[in-house]
Design a binder for this molecule. Structure first.
Ligand code: SAH
Ligand code: SF4
Length: 383
């Protein structure tokens, strides 16, 4: 984390999510302020009702002004948000200090029967992605740069703060944070792991590791690091094909870590942590939805703590592929179930706002976020 006493000569000032209690205390000491204010400032920055330092009214006004001069409230410079599903889903394109753009998505699920309301926040780990999966809008756009831990955490804070206040009392726990936005989290493992520890930090959001899921295209060495360093975080593997010849095409990183190695790493994670690993499988019509692939998938998934999650393809603009029709999905599900493999079909939440990986970003490329906001349809622009 940045030392808040060493303000950069060039570039933006540190964000509050980039400083820790000791460095904040040092900055306060230099101003003759008591050290206890450090925790007070950090707590204020994580309140659901604070949109800026000016809202931290339990601090003296002069200190609020000094904080606003020395720190940014977020590493996110600007956000364009659109809503769908009657406000139950919202997607943001965030602009960072250097102009890079990333995405995050908020999905709320209403209370149903005995189940309480749930909230899922989907965040990005990189600006762009180098893995280059041909069905993914992020992959098509190429790699921008790694995100810092603060840039990762600030996407969650964006939805935690006004006007969304999406997490409410984080300690109650009816929410999930998923690394399923832009980027391959395990190609940015050090910073993603630090961001997870920051999300866990009781002085910050205090989000339990069991509420966090890392989704990977199969970076095997970093999957093994997760066993040691993040054993309580959920692991999802984007498998998408049961054979190397097809997976080489759909998830090109397969040429480095083929199917057998990726599944073996998943099995190690499940065996060592006792946690069920999710195998993500995007359903592409006539490509990976065949009985042969389903049969191969049964062989890969059976006999260990795994679970298959089918995702209907959300076709990217100009895509040569379409999603498997419902009847094809039913057949695929039946074959997996006959093989004894637990399977669910992911709901296609946010399709109307292009919530899949990188698509809204692609649509807004080259346009100022301000202009995009002005052009948004009435009733969909929420913030
Ligand atoms: N890079 C990581 C995490 C981000 S992608 C990974 O690939 O796992 C999150 C999920 O969205 C992945 O399972 C990915 O395959 C899926 N996805 C990407 N593009 C999609 C599309 N057009 N339709 C449906 N799912 C898509
Ligand atoms: Fe990268 Fe995941 Fe998209 Fe593949 S699916 S290009 S790994 S973000």
């Amino acid at each position: 984390m940045a030392d808040a006493t060493e303000l950069p000569v060039v570039g933006p000032s540190p964000a509050i999510s980039e400083v820790d209690v000791p460095s904040l205390a040092a900055w306060l000491a230099a101003r003759g302020e008591p050290a206890y204010r450090a925790r007070q400032i950090l707590a204020g920055a994580h309140r659901t009702d604070a949109a800026g330092f000016a809202d931290l009214t339990d601090l003296p006004a002069a200190l609020r002004d000094a904080l606003a001069d020395a720190f940014r409230f977020s590493t996110i410079a600007d956000s364009h948000v659109i809503g769908a599903d009657g406000g139950m889903t919202a997607k943001a394109v965030h602009e960072l200090a250097d102009g890079q753009r990333i995405e995050s998505v908020l999905m709320r699920y209403p209370a149903r029967g005995a189940a309480a309301e749930r909230t899922t926040i989907c965040i990005s780990s990189q600006a762009g992605c180098a893995v280059n999966c041909p069905f993914c809008a992020t992959g098509q756009a190429g790699f921008g740069r790694q995100l810092t831990p603060a840039e990762i955490v600030d996407q969650v804070l964006h939805w935690h703060r006004p006007p969304w206040r999406a997490l409410g009392d984080a300690s109650r726990g009816h929410y999930n944070i998923v690394f399923m936005g832009m980027g391959e989290p395990l190609n940015n493992a050090d910073r993603v792991f630090e961001a997870v520890h920051m999300l866990n930090d009781p002085d910050r959001l205090g989000i339990g590791a069991r509420h966090i899921t890392v989704s990977t295209s199969g970076v095997v060495p970093a999957m093994d690091r997760m066993v040691e360093e993040l054993p309580q975080v959920n692991l999802a593997i984007s498998l998408h094909a049961a054979t190397d010849s097809l997976r080489d095409e759909l998830v090109p990183i397969n040429r480095k870590w083929p199917v057998a190695e990726v599944v073996a790493a998943g099995r190690r994670f499940a065996a060592r942590t006792g946690r069920r690993v999710s195998l993500e499988y995007v359903m592409i019509h006539g490509v990976n939805d065949t009985p042969e692939q389903a049969g191969g998938l049964v062989e890969l998934a059976e006999g260990w703590r795994s679970h298959v999650n089918l995702i209907p393809l959300n076709p990217t603009p100009g895509s040569r592929w379409s999603g498997t029709p419902p009847e094809g999905i039913r057949r695929f599900v039946a074959q997996l179930e006959a093989g004894g493999v637990p399977v669910t079909v992911r709901d296609t939440r946010g399709r109307e706002i292009d919530a899949a990986c990188g698509q809204l970003h692609a649509q807004l490329a080259g346009r100022a976020l301000r202009d995009a906001r002005a052009g948004a349809a009435a009733g969909t622009a929420r913030a």
